[in-house]
Design a protein around this ligand. Structure first.
Ligand code: FMN
Length: 311
């Protein structure tokens, strides 16, 4: 089984990938999406989304980071993929799942799931533009309003030559509302030979078992579960291999958060407080101690005050 750390815009950035992959359990990460419209983006954009490109395309812990592109034009997606591949990313992922109105109203993300042919055209154009040695993967939802086109979409993606596919088992209309419909992935999983990764609503070990069993997939992707439970991937892997795993206690979480914030501080000194609050909200699910810390820092603006509160 492989575990992939989900792309999460504004949340899973370089520094977050670094701290989470140091804990272990992850086999791959995916960057936040790079928006492609009708321009060829400069290299600096790719380096901004994936500073890992300057260190062989992996996190400091050695986990490969695929670069994610989002856009509705086969031509510009291909041109940008052709340029990005020269920076040697370990893989290129295409986002067909983003539900945000800003993205779907401007020809991108999950809006494209209403046009299975264009989904196939985009994947084919990117696949053709990229060295065959570099995997091209796609990430979709079940559909836009419903899962009626799922077979068709997956068929087109596979025929276009994608190496792997991740399915977030909800529609665009479902947004992030539970449950995730893992069982709807089973029939496409059975029909296609490429690896299909199941994603959505995996918060603990029991969910990982159910998601795999109901979808028939062997690989999983963790998003919010990874943020609320930073050692979830390590725990799942340990259980699978029959090893013991010592759960991260709150002091270890505090050390990890402090390290993360110190790393982000140089780039975004004004966002230290917001980044901390954002993570604490995810942690509420698993660590009740995070609520008191949130209340303590919620009005703090200066980075020094935030670090003092963490002590
Ligand atoms: C804040 C946030 C940002 C996200 N950004 C991206 C993104 O940039 N690219 C992408 O493919 N999916 C993105 N997603 C979707 C996640 O990768 C994942 O599919 C979704 O959260 C479901 O998985 P989960 O239930 O494990 O969180 C984002 C989700 C959230 C909550």
């Amino acid at each position: 089984m492989r575990i992939i750390l989900a792309p999460m815009e504004g949340v899973v950035d370089y520094e977050m990938r670094d701290v989470l992959t140091r804990i272990g359990g992850y086999d791959r990460c995916v960057t936040e999406f790079v928006r492609v419209t009708d321009q060829l983006l400069p290299n600096k954009t790719y380096f901004r989304f994936s500073p890992e490109l300057e260190q062989g395309g992996t996190t400091p812990a050695g986990i490969p980071v695929y670069l994610q592109l989002l856009g509705g034009s086969p031509k510009y997606m291909a041109l940008n993929a052709a340029r990005a591949q020269k920076l040697s990313p370990p893989g290129i992922d295409i986002n067909f799942g983003c539900p945000s109105k800003t993205v779907t109203n401007s020809d991108g993300g999950s809006a494209l799931l209403r046009e299975p042919c264009r989904v196939g055209d985009i994947v084919a154009a990117v696949r053709d533009a990229v060295d065959p040695a570099i995997p091209v993967t796609a990430k979709i939802r079940l559909g836009f309003n419903n899962a009626d086109y799922l077979d068709n979409i997956v068929d087109n993606i596979v025929r276009a030559g994608a190496n792997e596919l991740c399915i977030h088992a909800r529609t665009r209309t479902d947004h992030y509302k539970p449950p995730a419909h893992w069982s709807l992935v089973k029939s496409v999983r059975e029909q296609h030979a490429i690896p299909i990764i199941i994603n959505g609503e995996i918060w603990n070990i029991a969910d990982s078992h159910r998601a795999k069993q109901e979808s028939g997939c062997t690989d999983i992707m963790l998003g919010r579960g990874a943020m609320s439970h930073p050692d979830l991937a390590a725990k799942i892997k340990a259980e699978q291999s029959g090893n013991t795993h010592e759960a991260m206690a709150w002091p270890a979480i505090l050390d990890m958060i402090t390290r993360y914030l110190h790393n982000t501080e140089n780039k975004h000194p004004r966002f230290v407080g917001n980044r901390l609050k954002q993570w604490l909200v995810f942690l509420h699910r698993q660590y009740p101690e995070s609520v008191a810390l949130f209340n303590k820092v919620k009005r703090l603006k200066e980075a020094d005050d935030v670090f003092a509160a963490l002590k």
